[in-house]
Write a protein that binds this ligand. Structure first.
Ligand code: CA
Ligand code: CA
Length: 374
């Protein structure tokens, strides 16, 4: 150690020659130098100037190489770890905690931290570390060693427990209604708890229909086809524990829509007449008729689809206006009502259209249409 230090100092200071100040004073070695010079002078090979040069060289050699420098060494003091601070002493699988190593070195040397663990995953940054617990429960040792780079070190270990996770418990699963018509909606409710106190999340699914929720309640909308369907909920605690429960809901086939009546209201009643086959209309397009379809489908909204074999239909919905053709014709006006399940009903009205004289003034045709009186 001393020789290493000596070489190092010598290497640093050799370019400055005698200005070196780290060793024994030059004058203290004058006797040694005189002996060497005397020995050199006893030979006749060298001149006096050569001898002086060689003497100086030898003196420097003895100063810097042969004679070790004695320097007082301060003994190294090892670093000391006061504590490992852990943000959580007990955890569940895949939880993370942070660790801080509190250490110091009496010599003020910079410390190097080495972390290790008997399980899980460690991310380290000198005195700080972040540990992710493994999936298996149990006790794990987290260790840190500090070194001052000068042969001094200290180490400490701390124990962290990974607790065993208990799965949630589903106490019940209910539906507001267990018999529905297609397209109807019912509320589903799940009650569950977790013995570890973990907050639960819910995932819902169903064999058909529509079900969307992330809480303990969900609204299920029945599909259009009748049948028996399964609604399922899964309660999870976020630590790998989960429970699943299901419930059956029946969807019945509804009655198809019914057309109770097709009411025809001619706008010129005196030129119109109802017969056993249908309606007879005089003056063609002037005898417009309002037609109302009276239908029902258990409260469901119905679609009305009107058509006519001649003339035209004006408007839409349950009541429309039939405009007869401008020439004599036998006309069928029909309507199809359809419910959301695509079930339908059909009805039609028959019209026989006559095209007679021009529209008279009221006093010319008292009491209605002459053609119907024949
Ligand atoms: Ca130290
Ligand atoms: Ca749990």
């Amino acid at each position: 150690m001393e020789s290493t230090k000596c070489r190092k100092v010598g290497c640093c200071h050799l370019p400055r020659g005698i200005e070196f100040t780290g060793g024994t004073p030059y004058s203290a070695r004058s006797a040694q130098r005189q002996e060497v010079e005397a020995a050199l002078k006893s030979t006749s090979v060298f001149s006096s100037s050569d001898i002086a040069g060689i003497g100086l060289t030898l003196a420097l050699f003895s100063l810097f190489v042969l004679t070790p420098v004695t320097q007082a060494e301060t003994p190294n003091t090892a670093p000391h770890i006061e504590a490992i601070q852990v943000s959580s002493g007990s955890m569940y699988a895949h939880d993370t905690c942070s660790l801080v190593c509190q250490a110091s070195d009496p010599d003020g040397e910079e410390l190097v931290y080495s972390w290790s663990a008997t399980g899980g995953e460690l991310e380290t940054m000198q005195a700080h570390a972040r540990w992710t617990a493994p999936a298996a429960s149990g006790q794990y040792a987290l260790m840190v060693e500090v070194a001052d780079g000068n042969g001094g070190s200290d180490a400490m270990v701390t124990i962290v427990e990974v607790l065993r996770n208990e799965a949630p418990v589903i106490d019940g699963l209910w539906t507001e209604r267990d018999i529905l018509l297609p397209g109807e909606t019912t509320t589903l409710m799940c009650t569950a708890h977790d013995d570890d106190g973990h907050p639960l999340t819910y995932q819902w699914s169903c064999s058909a229909g529509r079900l969307e929720s992330s809480t303990s309640q969900a609204a299920w909308t029945a599909p259009t086809a009748p049948g028996t369907y399964l609604a399922t909920v899964c309660a999870s605690d976020g630590y790998g524990g989960s429970r699943t429960e299901s419930i059956l809901i029946n969807v019945l086939s509804p009655k198809p829509p019914t057309i109770h009546d097709l009411v025809v209201r001619p706008l010129l009643p005196e030129y119109s007449k109802e017969s056993s086959q249908g309606f007879r209309l005089l003056r063609g397009p002037l005898c417009e008729c309002e037609i109302e379809c009276i239908a029902s489908a258990e409260g469901k909204e119905l679609l009305y689809n009107w058509s006519t074999t001649a003339g035209s239909i004006k408007g839409s919905g349950a009541t429309v206006l039939f405009i007869p053709p401008a020439k004599p014709a036998e006309v069928v006006v029909s309507v199809t009502v359809t419910d959301p399940l695509n079930q339908s009903a059909y009805a039609e009205a028959f019209f026989k259209v006559f095209n007679r004289e021009a529209y008279p003034v009221d006093n010319e045709v008292p009491g209605g249409c002459n053609c119907f009186r024949r």
